[in-house]
Write a protein that binds this ligand. Sequence first.
Ligand SMILES: Cc1cc2nc3c(=O)[nH]c(=O)nc-3n(C[C@H](O)[C@H](O)[C@H](O)COP(=O)(O)OP(=O)(O)OC[C@H]3O[C@@H](n4cnc5c(N)ncnc54)[C@H](O)[C@@H]3O)c2cc1C
Length: 395
Amino acid sequence: MTRPDTDTMNAPFPDAAALEATLLDTVDKFLDRDVRPHVLALEHSDTWPAEIVERMKELGLFGAIIPEEYGGLGLGASTYARIVERISAVWMSLSGIFNSHLIMAAAVLRFGTEDQKRTWLPRFASGEIRGGLALTEPNCGTDLQAIRTTARRDGDDYVVNGTKIWISNGIHGSCFALLVKTDSEASPRHRGMSLFLAEKGPGFTASRKLEKLGYKGIDSAELVFENYRIPADRLIGLEEGRGLSHALGGLELGRINVAARGVGIARAALEDAVRYAQQRETFGQPIAQHQAIQIKLADMVTRVEAARLLVEQAARAYDAGERCDMEAGMAKLFASEAAVENSMEAMRIHGAYGYSKEMHVERYYRDAPLLAIGEGTNELQRIIIARQLLERNPA
Ligand SMILES: Cc1cc2nc3c(=O)[nH]c(=O)nc-3n(C[C@H](O)[C@H](O)[C@H](O)COP(=O)(O)OP(=O)(O)OC[C@H]3O[C@@H](n4cnc5c(N)ncnc54)[C@H](O)[C@@H]3O)c2cc1C
């Protein structure tokens, strides 16, 4: 094992446990050296972290779950989730830069033809081509079957028209898994939906960057398609009418990722709160000695541990190839709410300082609510969980 001394994640490893330990150690070093010192400045200027992204390419993060035969690291969801937790505990925005990119890659990996895999995955893995997932439209997010973007066959191409919104990496990315209607009259509606790999070019532009409460640094954009011609061989799986299931198939991993981000934020909020509660004194003793604060800390650490266990359970099921929409949904629901609650409690424990832009706590508080919305809102997660529960327990 030569890796403990290495700076990149691309060396050979003797076994899975050693590989994971080394990867996590490498990620920790990257975070301490290349990220932590710059977070406050990048966050508050809402700057896209170009140098950090270059480092993430070197580390292999853009190929984290892409198999080695296609140039990636070939990590399972469990290891991937641990990496995401660590990164999100320092700056959650970074996880968005490679996660939606990897959901796009996962769609090609699971549903693409061998030709498509060989063409696209190595370039995704190296970070040469980066991008994400373009599903949401101005009129719909949860009800994706209501999308209005169309792709009409014309010779060897399709012609795409429509608008996507809230697309992560929309400005700095160049390629997106794009959900369209190839048959607007189909019934049921999903039979008329298809998923393409769309690269920016004539007719496909990022029209504007969207301003947000949090999740700074990473770009969220509106994408506009005006008579955009896309070659027919960019249709994932070369089969029309499978787009919704192809898009949703990647969301299990996406939900595990969002849940891991929740654990990261909930843990960071806890760690900051514990540190501060031991330093700050009122009435002659550290506030950590007041029972009212101890109760908050107890609830916070319990949420972190429970959320992490749910993430591990979902990731294990995913890695075993089992159906895990219920497990991923429970992990996403619980961990994102844990992040929301812990960030609020950390702010209360910090008093006025928690409200200061000089502290990280106010960022956790702004970032956490996104986790309750993205990759399927928590309302939708509850519906998915309940349906699965009932399906697994027939009357
Ligand atoms: C920062 C950010 C980044 C994003 N990145 C991406 C991206 O990269 N790619 C992408 O495609 N999208 C992205 N999104 C969009 C995100 O996936 C959607 O916002 C989300 O799916 C919800 O859709 P919506 O906003 O249209 O809400 P709506 O679907 O309009 O829902 C509004 C409310 O109604 C509730 N609701 C809807 N239907 C039901 C129901 N049947 N039962 C009960 N309640 C219901 C919802 O839970 C929600 O509370 C991003 C969003 C944000 C904020």
